[in-house]
Design a protein around this ligand. Structure first.
Ligand SMILES: C[S@@+](CC[C@H](N)C(=O)[O-])C[C@H]1O[C@@H](n2cnc3c(N)ncnc32)[C@H](O)[C@@H]1O
Length: 239
């Protein structure tokens, strides 16, 4: 089954539903590459007010709740919101909201915003970073992971400096493939979207594959040891 989705970029996640959970729960790139890198960048969260932006089915929400944070989350996909609620139960405020719109939270509500593997679905990254800046208290941090622009460029045609919508086919099971569209842009454009919104870059992390990948996915481990697929931005709202 091949599913092409022509509406909003997040609509494919409604279509993937529980299949995305199976794909991401213990998959090489989500569970053994992105999450270890992002969680290491985040550090201790006990007692912090944390927003999980584009929370998907709630893998980060669960980790953050377990680590003692006061967590809220949102996603544009109704199905991801439902799956996230199923994962963490009724205690956590999880809403349907869109990275492309004003987010339904008050100014300076959070100490930390986590946005894993989703900023590339926002059609206006500057506006999204602007919203994240508004929602953070002074001194608050925003940790964002996304596709590495160099790796996305290497897989695609055109100029590295293009800001273009790209499309990948995800074969997430033996029987299901989905067309997943996303924005590709140069690194300078992504970082400018953050810094023009007022953020200072604390660090830019190019993750290395974890040892846990070596035995189960040796080819992915070798490839990710050669070139990064994702990057992590650790951003600070100073004042
Ligand atoms: C690759 S998943 C990542 C989910 C989660 N952050 C994680 O790492 O497990 C991307 C998520 O972004 C959500 N998404 C895509 N576009 C969005 C938008 N415009 N606003 C809010 N969420 C969006 C999708 O529905 C999906 O749940």
């Amino acid at each position: 089954m091949f599913v092409a989705v022509d509406e909003n970029l997040w609509a494919v996640y409604d279509a993937m539903g529980a299949s995305f959970v199976d794909h991401a729960a213990d998959g090489a790139y989500n569970a053994h590459y992105d999450r270890p890198a992002v969680l290491a960048a985040i550090g201790a969260v006990e007692g912090l007010d944390v927003l999980d932006a584009a929370c998907g089915p709630g893998f980060y929400l669960q980790k953050l709740v377990d680590a003692g944070a006061r967590v809220r989350g949102f996603d544009a996909s109704e199905e991801m919101v439902r799956l996230a609620k199923e994962r963490v139960g009724g205690e956590v405020d999880i809403r349907r909201a869109d990275l492309d719109s004003t987010l339904p939270y008050d100014d300076e509500s959070f100490d930390l915003i986590v946005c894993a593997l989703a900023i590339h679905y926002s059609s206006d990254r500057s506006a999204t970073f602007g919203e994240f800046f508004r929602l953070l208290r002074p001194g608050g941090r925003c940790v964002v992971s996304t596709g590495h622009p160099a790796s996305d460029f290497a897989r695609k045609a055109g100029s590295y400096f293009d800001v273009v919508m790209e499309s990948d086919t995800w074969n997430i099971s033996d029987t299901e493939s989905y067309e997943v569209r996303f924005w590709r842009e140069p690194l300078s454009s992504l970082t400018a979207a953050a810094t023009d919104s007022g953020f200072v870059i604390r660090s830019l992390i190019e993750p290395r594959p974890t040892e846990s990948m070596l035995e189960r996915w040796p080819e992915d481990h070798a490839e990710l040891s050669r070139a990064p697929a994702f990057l992590v931005l650790d951003l600070l709202r100073l004042a």
